[in-house]
Design a protein around this ligand. Structure first.
Ligand code: HEC
Ligand code: HEC
Ligand code: HEC
Ligand code: HEC
Ligand code: HEC
Length: 477
């Protein structure tokens, strides 16, 4: 009896297996959907692993490949994995209609079932690990300057180009734009999604507006690398310029800036970096979005005293709701890395470095004219700028133009290269679109220190925020 029973069971066993699970597993292979999902998953995983390995060994360094490896392929893999149970379910329904009404059960005392379960768990773990690694790498990928600057290359070209040549060209975008911590990370990724949407629907602003309303306070970002207690002392800066009348002898101005900070010899916070001392708080109420017009300034001094300076004739911009803002690094260093050059300075540097031959009469004026010309696109400038300069020179003095044609072309090439690094007509970024607050060269348009240091913001006693030149700089010794 016993043997018979055994035999019976042995005969029964394969059938039971083929019965529920076996049917399904094998069945998946027989439905087009099942085959598709398995092939999709396998191919995605293989390509992902090959791709990551190739990237690891530096075979390519291309953001579009990154999008493929870290976004599209994992998407396909997850989609494929989800399809497998769907295919199984559909197959099971078919099979149940036709053959039998066997119950689907997992029997752990059945070695085949055990094997199946172990296999399933191992495969799941492997999949999770792969997804984990890809997710981690993908997260770094979406944080790389490469991704920020290149993937949206048309949109970010101005910022990326200016960033690459700046002192922060090796600091990644996220260190200033996101900084540490989960909260800002989530905010950044959400706003990133909005931005991707804006790019896809072509609805982003041109130029991208500045100041960045939601930029993280500099306390959390800049101060990871620079700290206000650092003492810089004085810094001598030289400014060199020419005029249209004199292209040969430069005007030189030297100033010694009182950058200051915490002075270890006096124990005091002094000079320009006084504003960011931990014992000082300067707050201001801007009257427009650009923060170029300031209505009120509140100050808390190291001795604990407070004061408020008010400029009475300031009008609030239409539709702008004034908000108090605590002054930090970015209210002076608004261009620490996206540094755009100034057209005059570009031309003057050309003359100084002899990239533009100063002997050619009128080259400064004509150079500025072509630099400031409203070319329709960068390609338009590439096609026409050098010739435009040549034409202007011919009109001015045909004999000189013929004699110096070579040098005029060289000057044109220099100016063109500068144009391409600073002007993006399609993004509406022209010379001076993004101005700096550091100093007072653009004081007329409301940029720089003189927004507050203008002798027009008064406290109750009628005192003002001073514009005394020697407060900020003096002559170098
Ligand atoms: C050293 C810090 C720093 C780094 C690194 C940095 N940014 Fe910025 N970024 C800023 C500051 C500061 C502003 C201007 C904020 C303001 O005026 O409110 C800004 C502004 C911008 C703007 C708004 C337009 C403008 O020019 O004002 C964009 C877009 C931008 N950054 C993109 C990027 C991208 C892309 C990268 C990396 C390729 C990057 N940033 C790297 C600090 C940084
Ligand atoms: C990840 C580190 C890091 C962060 C974050 C950072 N910086 Fe810097 N910064 C540097 C380094 C490194 C240099 C020196 C570069 C050099 O000497 O070429 C520098 C240089 C500077 C300089 C001097 C530039 C010059 O002309 O020589 C200024 C000003 C500055 N940073 C301001 C800022 C501000 C403002 C922020 C925040 C928006 C900031 N930095 C964020 C690393 C950083
Ligand atoms: C009130 C305006 C103002 C504020 C606020 C300010 N700075 Fe500056 N900072 C300056 C000026 C002006 C200079 C000299 C600029 C130059 O080199 O042209 C300077 C220079 C620097 C330098 C370069 C020093 C050197 O030796 O070249 C660094 C780095 C710097 N600042 C970092 C910071 C950081 C970080 C913060 C915020 C904690 C900050 N600054 C806040 C105005 C300011
Ligand atoms: C948002 C307004 C505001 C801006 C912008 C501003 N300052 Fe000031 N600054 C003040 C106030 C307020 C005081 C303190 C006045 C007082 O205590 O009576 C001050 C004080 C100073 C002092 C004296 C610090 C000390 O040792 O007591 C210096 C130096 C200075 N500013 C330089 C600058 C420079 C340089 C810039 C531009 C790069 C600048 N400030 C931009 C508001 C501003
Ligand atoms: C609140 C601070 C502050 C005051 C007050 C101030 N300056 Fe300046 N000035 C600066 C800073 C900061 C720079 C450096 C700008 C840069 O690094 O590009 C500068 C640069 C300059 C330059 C060289 C750049 C240029 O614009 O040609 C000159 C000249 C100058 N200042 C003259 C003056 C005179 C004259 C006064 C007095 C009426 C004065 N400044 C008052 C902060 C100040």
């Amino acid at each position: 009896m016993a043997t018979e029973n055994n035999n019976n069971e042995e005969q029964h066993q394969p059938r039971a297996d083929r019965g529920a699970w076996g049917h399904i597993i094998r069945g998946i292979w027989r439905t087009p959907l099942g085959v598709f999902s398995i092939v999709l998953t396998t191919v995605s995983i293989t390509l992902m692993i090959l791709g990551m390995a190739a990237e690891l060994f530096g075979f390519f360094h291309n953001p579009y490949v990154g999008i493929f490896i870290y976004m599209i392929l994992p998407g396909c893999m997850v989609f494929g994995l989800l399809l497998i149970p769907v295919a199984a379910y559909l197959r099971r329904r078919q099979w149940r209609k036709g053959i039998a009404k066997d119950h689907l059960q997992l029997n752990l005392s059945n070695p085949k079932h055990r094997l199946f379960l172990i296999g399933f768990v191992i495969l799941t773990v492997i999949n999770m690990v792969i997804l984990g690694v890809v997710g981690y790498e993908g997260y770094h990928f979406t944080d790389s300057p490469y991704f920020c600057g290149m993937v949206c290359h048309k949109v970010m070209a101005p910022e990326y180009t200016a960033y690459k040549r700046s002192p922060h060209g090796r600091v990644s975008c996220v260190e200033c734009h996101i900084g540490p911590g989960a909260q800002w990370f989530v905010r950044a990724k959400l706003s990133g999604l909005r931005q991707v949407y804006a790019v896809l629907t072509n609805s982003y602003s041109r130029p991208i507006p500045s100041p960045v309303e939601a930029l993280r306070p500099a306390r959390d970002t800049c101060e990871a690398c620079h700290w206000p207690e650092k003492f810089y002392g004085k810094k001598v800066k030289q400014f060199i310029s020419f005029t249209n009348e004199d292209q040969v002898n430069p005007e030189k101005t030297e100033i010694a800036l009182h950058i200051g900070g915490h002075n270890p010899s006096t124990g005091r916070f002094e000079g320009i970096h006084w504003h960011v001392s931990k014992d000082v708080e300067v707050k201001y109420l801007a009257a427009n979005e650009k923060r170029t017009s300031i209505a009120r300034v509140k100050v808390k001094r190291p001795d604990g005293s407070t004061d408020e300076f008010v400029k009475s004739d300031v009008e609030v911009e239409d539709g702008y709701k004034p908000k108090w803002r605590t002054m930090d690094c970015i209210d002076c260093h608004n261009r620490p890395t996206h540094i755009y050059e100034v057209a005059d300075e570009v031309v003057d540097f050309g003359l100084l470095s002899k990239k533009m031959n100063p002997e050619i009469k009128g080259i400064r004026e004509d150079g500025l004219t072509v630099l400031n010309k409203k070319y329709a696109s960068q390609d338009d400038a590439k096609k026409n700028m050098v010739n435009d300069l040549l034409e202007l020179q011919k009109k001015r003095d045909p004999v000189q133009a013929a004699k110096h044609e070579q040098d005029i072309r060289k000057a044109g090439q220099y100016l063109l290269a500068k144009f391409l690094g600073n002007v993006w007509p399609k993004m509406n970024v022209w010379w001076g679109t993004y101005k700096s607050h550091l100093g007072h060269q653009n004081a007329d348009e409301g940029y720089g220190c003189w927004r507050c240091h203008d002798e027009e913001h008064e406290n109750k006693e009628g005192e003002t925020i001073t514009q005394d030149c020697s407060l900020c700089h003096d002559d170098p010794e």
